[in-house]
Design a protein around this ligand. Structure first.
Ligand SMILES: NC(=O)c1cnc(OC2CCCC2)nc1N
Length: 329
C-alpha cells in the first residue's frame, strides 16, 4: 500500500509537470525542458503506470495513442451548428460587409478581430470538467464525424484544461505544417504511393485514418479560434475569448489584431497577403469577426453563414507549377 501511495503521488506530480511542459512546447511554442529530460519524465511515468495500471487516467500524457484500429467513424450532432464563412475577394467586398454590419447596428461602435485563415480541417473539441471527451470534424455543419481517438494523438490538443470548466466546446483548425507536408510527400514518393495535393488534404487524410498510430505519425497541429458552446457566462468579446482559450491550455494563433474600423482591417489583410508564404503553415486568407459577442448575437446568421464574420480570400497564386514551389517560395 505504501508503495502504491508513493506511486500515486509521484504519478500525479509527473503528470502535472509533463502537462506543463506540453503546454509550453505545443501551445505556446516555448519549450521549457530539453527533449532528453522530457523523455526521461515520460519513461518514469510509463514505468510506474505499467507497475500500477490502476493509476492510469484518461488525461495521462501516456494515453495519447490508442492501439485499436477503428472500423469507421460515427456521426455526431454539433450542439451549435458549425457555420461556414461567406467570402470577400477584394477591398470592395470588405467595405460592403462593413456597411451591412453597420446597417444592422445603426449608430454603434464596432471593432473587428482579424485572424489568419488557416488552410486545414475545421474541428470541434468537447471538454467536460476540463477533460477532453470528444472531438469531431465539421462535417456538414450540423453533423460531424467522431474522430476523438485520432485527435487525442495531436499533442497541441490538451487532454486536460488548466481549469475544470463544467462544459465547453471549442472550434479550431487542424493542419499539417509545411515541412511535415513536404517530408510526408517525399516519403510517399519513395514508396511509390500517391502524393497529397496540398497540406489541407494531407491533414484531412491523416485525421480520417482508421489507425490512430498513423495519425500520430503525421505531426499534425491545431489553432483554436472560437468557443462553440459554453456552460456559464461568456468572456464578452471574441478577443477576450481567444485570450481565455490560451489560458485554458489551447494553442491560439498569435497573429490576430483588433481593428477599430474597416480601413485598419483592409491594411492588416494586405500586410499578410504580402507575407503569407513566410509562415510555416498554409493560410488561404484572413477571417474578420465582429469582436463583441453581444453584437454577434444580435447580428445572427443566415442559414449557412454568420452575419458577423467573413473570410477574405487571397487571390490564387498564378504561374506556380507545383504546391512544392508555392511552399518553398
Ligand atoms: N480557418 C480559420 O483559420 C478560421 C475558420 N473559421 C473561423 O471562424 C469560424 C467561427 C465563425 C464562423 C467561422 N475562424 C478562423 N480563424
Amino acid at each position: 500500500m505504501v508503495d502504491d501511495c508513493k506511486g500515486k503521488d509521484r504519478v500525479e506530480a509527473l503528470r502535472r509537470e509533463i502537462h506543463r511542459h506540453n503546454y509550453q512546447y505545443y501551445a505556446l511554442d516555448n519549450p521549457t525542458i530539453r527533449d532528453d529530460e522530457y523523455d526521461q519524465l515520460m519513461r518514469e511515468l510509463l514505468q510506474i503506470e505499467e507497475k500500477y495500471p490502476e493509476l492510469v487516467t484518461a488525461d495521462s500524457p501516456t494515453q495519447r495513442v490508442g492501439g485499436v484500429v477503428q472500423k469507421g467513424f460515427t456521426s455526431v450532432p454539433h450542439r451549435v451548428p458549425m457555420l461556414s464563412l461567406s467570402n470577400a475577394f477584394d477591398e470592395g467586398d470588405l467595405r460592403e460587409f462593413d456597411r451591412r454590419v453597420h446597417n444592422n447596428l445603426p449608430g454603434e461602435e464596432v471593432s473587428y478581430v482579424v485572424e489568419l485563415k488557416i488552410d486545414g480541417l475545421a474541428i470541434s473539441l468537447w471538454y467536460e470538467k476540463g477533460m477532453f471527451v470528444r472531438g469531431a470534424t465539421r462535417g456538414d455543419g450540423e453533423m460531424g464525424e467522431d474522430i476523438t481517438v485520432n485527435l487525442r494523438t495531436v499533442k497541441a490538443i490538451p487532454l486536460r484544461l488548466t481549469e475544470e470548466v463544467p462544459f465547453i466546446e471549442v472550434r479550431g483548425e487542424a493542419y499539417m505544417p509545411k515541412d511535415s507536408f513536404l517530408r510526408l510527400n517525399e516519403a510517399r514518393e519513395e514508396a511509390g504511393e500517391q502524393l497529397f495535393a496540398n497540406p489541407r488534404n494531407a491533414a484531412a487524410g491523416s485525421l480520417r485514418q482508421l489507425d490512430p498510430r498513423i495519425t500520430a505519425s503525421r505531426n499534425l497541429s491545431v489553432f483554436m479560434y472560437a468557443i462553440g458552446f459554453l456552460a456559464g457566462n461568456n468572456p464578452g468579446s471574441h478577443d477576450k475569448g481567444l485570450a481565455w482559450l490560451r489560458e485554458l491550455g489551447f494553442r491560439v494563433n498569435p497573429e490576430h489584431k483588433v481593428c477599430q474600423d474597416i480601413q485598419e482591417v483592409i491594411a492588416y489583410c494586405q500586410q499578410w497577403q504580402a507575407k503569407r508564404f513566410d509562415l510555416p503553415y498554409a493560410i488561404d486568407g484572413m477571417v474578420i469577426k465582429v469582436s463583441s459577442l453581444e453584437q454577434q448575437e444580435r447580428l445572427g446568421a443566415t442559414l449557412k453563414s454568420p452575419r458577423w464574420a467573413i473570410a477574405y480570400k487571397f487571390p490564387a497564386e498564378q504561374a506556380v507549377s507545383t504546391i512544392k514551389d508555392i511552399i518553398l517560395r
